[in-house]
Design a protein around this ligand. Structure first.
Ligand code: MG
Length: 162
């Protein structure tokens, strides 16, 4: 039997605040600012978590980890993705591949790309060739270009073996 295939879309945006470092994809990136948020504000892991949950029809990150819950304050986003992965794995889903776009004017992410891909591959339990990340600037315009926020979009493909 053909495996059942489902696509999921994830998106997240966080505001910049003074003081580094930036945490993105579970990797610490030297920068003079960090992302503001209730948890550790890792916008990339939040978008990936939402994409995984959406593909499996298992809710969303706000439902599973409400920001009104004090337990989620400063929470490690790797833990949230881990819990989402366990949830979808219990239903027999596995990740086929993931592709992400990080929109940020600064800092340049290319020097950290392989570290982020490696960490994501580990969290998603897939080989490195199934994970891709690219960065785009905001061309100096809009909230991204004015360095007010960083945003992430990602798509994930899940398979459920019949
Ligand atoms: Mg978020």
């Amino acid at each position: 039997m053909e495996p059942l295939i489902r696509v999921g879309l994830g998106y997240d945006l966080h505001r910049w605040e003074a003081g580094g470092p930036l945490i993105l994809g579970g990797v610490e990136i030297p920068h003079e600012r960090h992302l503001a948020g209730h948890s550790d504000a890792d916008a990339l892991l939040h978008a990936v978590t939402d994409a995984v949950l959406g593909a499996a029809g298992e809710g969303d990150i706000g439902e599973l980890f409400p920001d009104t819950d004090p337990d989620n304050r400063g929470k490690d986003s790797s833990e949230m993705l881990g819990e989402a992965m366990s949830r979808v794995a219990r239903r027999g889903w596995r990740v086929l591949n993931i592709d992400c776009v990080v929109q940020t004017q600064r800092p340049k992410l290319l020097p950290f790309r392989e570290a982020i891909r490696t960490n994501l591959a580990k969290l998603l339990d897939v080989s490195l060739d199934r994970v891709w990340i690219k960065a785009k600037t905001g061309e100096g315009v809009g909230s991204i270009g004015r360095e007010e926020a960083l945003a992430v979009q990602c798509v994930v493909l899940l398979a459920q073996d019949a």
